[in-house]
Write a protein of this length. Structure first.
Length: 562
């Protein structure tokens, strides 16, 4: 009953906040708005980050990269410091001082360090880590990840085998795995990879302080259903996500990877450069899967030739480079989910609907896959900040989660927690009803006139994003999509211009602005040039490692650009 009470208290809290503040926003701002414990904090994080970016003052710094040669081998090293002390280069004058201290192009290896480094696999997926990794590796939105995971969980028709649930429950904050699953995985690893790929010792996974641990981590229901064996029964998206889950679980049960690392210090008088490299001695789990990262750094070996103390190497080039510190990045869906989880806000089941809601309400928009606050979002946040500051207070929201955990553990009655919250909340609600000013948000004009009635066209926010509508609504109901021209003549009719369009599911495609007279359409962006090999159309193809220009007909390709 303690678990039931905790769930009941959570639902009541969410309804007290949502069902009271939302109607207030309808009256004071506009209809269709909402506020909630988790979504309000999410909007605050996005707006706070945007303010950090606006107020950020970049600082200059410099690096010096060197290319060195030993025998026939070339390797890279970077300036470290002078006389054993690390030095930060803050200006071009600092750089000139250092380069002026170099006596020749000969550097002596003053120290070499060899280490064996063990790298452990990532644990099985939780809801949060699945959403983050699917965003990094599959380019899936959180909502899509959960929708596809639900399909895999509910069951897929595998022909003669019937309908089978392919994964365990996908709303979980635990990485715990059943003994049956571990035994199965060990058997598969032994047969497929060999005894030395088995994990020899049980790893103690760190359990988050507020983790409920009600379900296992996300894993395949049987490791013997490898992705290849079920691929023909799955849609493309189902296969991609199942493969990700299967590989992550498999890797989590495998032996650590062992890397040989090497670092060397190169001295030229008192000036020191440092080089580092690594080589995979034993791949272990990396044979199957390597976790992605938010900064998209690629995994791989960094080569260094064999170096010993006293060796002399020659510098082929010394290149100073100016840099400026960068502001913190805007939140991607994956980064925002990770931040909410780290702050102890929300539960696994809330992340995807929260991100979906704040976009549908028009509080934030996605630009280049990163969240940007809208004017509406900033207005609503300011109102909540003024009249209900505890709702967007990160520490208050996290502390409330702790209170709910205490109800779950039987330490405090649920009514006591609700009562303590409501006493203060009710007073703030009454004050907001009388003191909150009514705000009128004017629609942004597009600069175009309505072709039906001559009134200005304005931007509106709809279910599928922004669109243009006549400001004379409801007398005139003219609407049209926002089109973006890319400066390319239609390759089919030669008369129209190619414009960027969106499907109802927000997927971008390219078509002729003379439609329906010309029915040209392409998922890839035309570049306005013909293939030098066959004369057909060249397009930009988006790849994981960047963008590549290639022909739609033959095998002609140009070097990809990151």
């Amino acid at each position: 009953m303690d678990l039931v009470d905790a769930q009941q208290a959570r639902r009541i809290l969410d309804r007290l906040v949502g069902y009271n503040i939302s109607p207030l926003l309808w009256k004071k701002v506009k209809k269709g708005l909402s506020a909630g414990r988790v979504q309000s904090v999410a909007v605050r994080l996005i707006i706070d980050r945007e303010n950090e970016i606006k107020s950020f003052v970049p600082e200059e710094y410099w690096t010096i990269a060197g290319s060195f040669k030993k025998g026939k081998d070339t390797f890279q090293a970077s300036f470290y410091g002078v006389d054993g002390k690390k030095i930060q280069l803050k200006s071009e004058a600092d750089v000139k001082k250092i380069t002026g201290m170099l006596k020749s192009d000969k550097f002596q290896v003053s120290s070499v360090t060899h280490k064996e480094k063990k790298r452990n696999p990532a644990p099985p997926f939780t809801t949060s880590s699945l959403q983050q990794e699917a965003a990094r590796k599959l380019n899936f939105r959180a909502k899509k990840t959960m929708m596809v995971a639900q399909q895999l969980y509910e069951g897929i028709d595998l022909g003669k085998e019937g309908t089978v649930g392919l994964i365990t429950y996908m709303r979980t904050d635990s990485t715990r795995i059943s003994e049956v699953a571990k035994t199965e995985a060990n058997q598969y690893i032994r047969e497929k990879f060999g005894e030395n790929y088995l994990r020899q010792e049980e790893r103690k996974e760190k359990k988050q302080a507020n983790a409920q641990d009600a379900h296992e981590g996300i894993r395949p229901t049987s490791i013997f259903r490898d992705p290849g064996s079920v691929k023909s029964f799955l849609s493309r998206d189902q296969y991609k996500l199942y493969k990700l889950i299967w590989e992550r679980f498999m890797a989590s049960q495998m032996a650590p990877a062992i890397l040989d690392t090497m670092s060397a210090t190169l001295a030229n008088g008192t000036v020191l450069f440092r080089a580092s490299g690594s080589k995979i001695q034993f791949p272990g789990f990396m044979k199957v899967y390597v976790e992605g990262s938010d900064d998209q750094q690629e995994e791989g070996e960094r080569y260094l030739p064999h170096l010993e103390e006293g060796d002399v190497v020659q510098s082929e080039s010394i290149e100073p480079k100016q840099h400026f510190t960068q502001p913190p990045p805007r939140y991607t869906e994956a980064r925002l989910v990770k931040t909410l989880e780290e702050l102890g806000i929300g539960r696994p089941s809330t992340y995807a609907p929260t991100l979906d809601t704040i976009q549908k309400r028009g509080y934030v928009a996605l630009e280049n896959k990163r969240f940007v606050p809208t004017e509406l979002g900033e207005i609503v946040l300011e109102l909540i900040r003024e009249f209900f500051p505890e709702i967007i207070d990160v520490e208050f929201t996290a502390d409330m989660e702790k209170d709910l955990d205490e109800i779950e553990e039987g330490k405090v009655p649920w009514v006591q927690i609700i009562d303590a919250f409501y006493q203060n909340f009710e007073a703030r609600l009454k004050k907001a009803e009388t003191e909150m000013e009514k705000i009128e948000i004017k629609d942004e004009e597009t600069g175009e006139m309505c072709e039906l009635c001559g009134s200005p066209m304005v931007y509106k926010m709809g279910r599928y994003g922004k669109f243009m509508a006549c400001s004379n609504f409801p007398d005139c109901r003219n609407t049209k999509p926002i089109v973006k021209k890319i400066g390319v003549t239609c390759p089919k009719c030669g008369k129209g211009e190619i414009i960027e369009r969106k499907t109802k599911k927000n997927r971008i495609f390219y078509g002729c602005d003379r439609y329906p007279e010309c029915d040209f359409v392409s998922w890839d962006k035309p570049v306005g040039r013909k293939c030098p090999k066959c004369g057909d159309m060249l397009v930009e193809k988006k790849l994981k490692k960047g963008t590549q220009i290639q022909c739609v007909h033959c095998d002609y390709k140009e070097q990809s650009v990151k």
